[in-house]
Design a protein around this ligand. Structure first.
Ligand code: NAP
Ligand code: ZN
Ligand code: ZN
Length: 348
């Protein structure tokens, strides 16, 4: 079994600390990847602290992975040793249900296999994530990376990128549309970049007035401080689509009146306490609340290729893995510009 080292938590209360483990033996269609960079998603924080109630310990988090292929099985066609490969939130699925057949593995009827903290379909061992030195994955669940992009800044595209790209495409953000992005964190800043790139008029909502200048630089046409009732009221009945990326409990009632008739507010943020709303706010203009999760393999590759063509990457603070616990605390204080990425060379 390939030996691995990384950082793990042993319980909901424990800090991340060095941890050695082994991965499954690579099969014919697998690649072995030496991890170069791994992004730090707020989901890693929710998961390690068991805020969603589905944690399995020991847990090595991390699902925004960019690395170098060090070995490829005899049946691998997409990669060879030395290539760059990217791995996101999904590392396997049933591969035969209707969603899987369409490349929408995130909707797999049997449930997709996640990069960490679930049983591996091959041997039942618990998957261990990217806060580590290597990963073994079937090539179907790995992506190629456009050569022109900075690799550390590519890593967050694998979760924050696709999680915002997919709903913005689905709800047709583009020219002539007014789109709101709620929360300027890892997901939010990618949503802002994509909505701007797709040609929408973009309004960034934030609880942090200090982020206003950054939001404008990242492509916002307007910035609204969501705690200012006057600024919020001025946006009433004007949005075609709002994407909510907030990681903490908050009231949707502040945002629903901002939607036009029949428009949609889509949740991608996953606070441990569900957001609240008053049904009256839905019926006034027949607006909808929807949800969206990451994206399938096909759309994730499409997103990476789009980023290559349009030179889009994440804004990153690269850290050594020894600073990961401090990074988690800073994430909770909304103090990150705008994604931490671990430089895995710090592990050795
Ligand atoms: P993040 O970088 O911590 O950003 C979250 C942002 O939410 C913060 O920067 C802040 O923006 C805002 N916020 C935080 N606390 C708030 C509060 N109490 N009230 C209002 N706004 C608050 O987190 P992330 O990595 O982008 O992840 C965001 C959420 O998406 C997490 O819940 C994560 O688990 C979830 N997620 C979902 C999927 C999916 O597939 N659906 C994928 C990845 C992540 P401002 O400072 O601008 O207000
Ligand atoms: Zn994530
Ligand atoms: Zn399936």
């Amino acid at each position: 079994m390939p030996s691995s080292k990384g950082y793990a938590v042993l319980s909901a209360q424990s800090a991340l600390a060095p941890y050695n483990f082994s991965r499954r033996e690579p099969g014919a269609t697998d690649i072995a990847v030496e991890i170069l960079y791994c992004g730090v998603c707020h989901s890693d924080l929710h998961m390690t602290r068991n805020e969603w109630g589905n944690a399995v310990y020991p847990m090595v988090p991390g699902h925004e992975i960019v690395g170098r292929v060090i070995a490829a099985g005899s049946g691998v066609s997409k990669f060879k040793a030395g290539d760059i490969a990217a791995i996101g939130v999904i590392v396997d699925s049933c591969r035969k249900c209707a969603p899987c057949s369409k490349g929408e593995e995130h909707f797999c009827d049997e449930g997709a296999t996640l990069t960490y903290a679930v049983p591996d379909r091959f041997d039942g061992s618990i998957t261990m994530g990217g806060y580590s030195n290597n990963y073994i994955v079937d090539e179907r669940f790995a992506h190629t990376v456009p050569a022109n992009l900075n690799l550390a800044a590519v890593a967050p595209l694998l979760c924050a990128g696709i999680t915002t790209y997919s709903p913005l495409r689905h709800w047709k953000a583009g020219p002539g549309k007014k789109v709101g992005i709620v929360g300027l964190g890892g997901l939010g800043h990618m949503g802002l970049k994509f909505a701007h790139s797709f040609g929408a008029h973009v309004v960034q909502f934030t609880t942090s007035p200090r982020k206003k200048d950054d939001a404008l630089k990242l492509g916002a046409n307007e910035v609204v401080v969501s705690t200012d009732a006057g600024q919020m009221k001025a946006q009433t009945n004007s949005f075609d689509f709002i994407l909510d990326t907030v990681s903490a409990p908050h009231a949707l009632d502040d945002y629903l009146p901002l939607l036009k008739q029949d428009a949609t507010l889509t949740l991608v943020g996953l606070p441990d306490v569900p957001p609240s709303f008053a049904p009256f706010k839905l019926i006034e203009r027949r607006v909808s609340i929807a949800g969206s999760t990451i994206g399938g393999m096909k759309e994730t590759q499409e997103m990476l290729d789009y980023c290559g063509a349009h030179n889009i990457v994440s804004e990153v603070e690269v850290i050594p893995i020894q600073e990961i616990n401090e990074a988690f605390e800073r994430l909770l204080r909304q103090d990150v510009k705008y994604r931490f990425v671990i430089d895995m060379s710090s592990l050795s």
